[in-house]
Design a protein around this ligand. Sequence first.
Ligand code: SF4
Length: 222
Amino acid sequence: MARSYVHEARKRVGPKRARIREIIERLADAYPDATIALRSRSDLELLVAVMLSAQTTDVNVNRVTEKLFQKYRRPEDYLAVPPEELERDIFATGFFRQKAKSLRGTMRMLLEEFDGRVPRQLDELVKLPGVARKTANVVAAELGNPQGIVVDTHVRRLSQRLGLTRQEDPVKIERDLIKLVPREYWRIFPHLLIWHGRRVCDARTPRCEDCVLKDLCPSSRV
Ligand code: SF4
């Protein structure tokens, strides 16, 4: 019964390829300001902010980086202080020991292998200590060179609800989305889903009655 209901719902909204542009356009209309919530003024600040954002909120990271970025301006600055001092300065973002270690290792590699600059290629970014694929994807996209699609908890949930993927694993979800989403939207697409996920398509109680995608969504409850 449940299966046939899902089947019916998918049939009602049509294939994902026929819906994807409309989904993106409607979300872009609804959230013209959708962008990364982490504050940064340089490539280096962007990289640090994204690294610090693991397991905490963007608001929390912004609070910490406001002071941090006044004190640490170049990769050398992160290596010039004792590790405990850097740990104290990022303490409020959680997992501060591991994050401080990753930051120091990353700064060292930036200086030794990249002339102190943040690389733009995904395969180079993931070489930096503590920079996982998701972090690298976010940084590359924000530097204007998206080479994948960021899959966080909102992107995962909404992609599934919208019938854009049947996968559970973020890497496989990304693979599905890359085949589906036109390349020019790779940077903005995750932001649109994240904004919609926070405002309307909540994990526990999606507000389908207020959703601009309700006629395009096989999971709509209205
Ligand atoms: S219709 Fe409901 S489930 Fe589908 S995207 Fe909108 S809020 Fe989420």
